[in-house]
Design a protein. Structure first.
Length: 137
């Protein structure tokens, strides 16, 4: 919203022009910020305060989830077991200020994952990052 205040009345001959600059990202900064990616909560212990409630029955829990923070706008997140088996893939296509990618703690076959230690790999045009997180019962 723009407000222009003046004590002089506007006339039909008055003209105004505005120029804006679109938001951009610096690829070098994005590549450097890949080191700032982390998982919330880590470790995931049975539940998470960010999880939505069950809309049908408030006494029961909703879907489980965690999120990857500080991810680039466009990236692919792959989650692996310690033995290297691919668990799930998340394609993140967010806006300039959307640095979170949520995961429902389910495999690509829509099965609940087992408790344990997991590895994740974030890949974007600017580079890649590997990290780990734990799921505790």
């Amino acid at each position: 919203m723009l407000f222009v205040g003046t004590s002089k009345p506007f006339t039909g001959e008055d003209q105004f022009s505005f120029t804006t600059t679109a938001a951009t990202t610096d690829p070098e900064e994005v590549a450097e910020s890949l080191r700032d990616i982390y998982v919330v909560p880590n470790p995931y212990v049975a539940t998470n305060v960010f999880e939505p409630r069950n809309p049908v029955n408030r006494a029961e829990r909703g879907d489980r989830r965690l999120y990857f923070a500080n991810v680039p706008q466009q990236c692919t997140i792959r989650i692996y077991t310690l033995s290297g088996e691919l668990v799930d893939t998340i394609e993140h296509n967010g806006g300039l200020d959307e640095g979170k990618a949520f995961w429902d703690l389910r495999s690509s076959d829509n099965l609940n994952i087992a408790y344990g230690l997991y590895l994740f790999h974030v890949e974007s045009e600017e580079g890649s990052f590997t990290g780990k997180f734990a799921i505790i019962k």
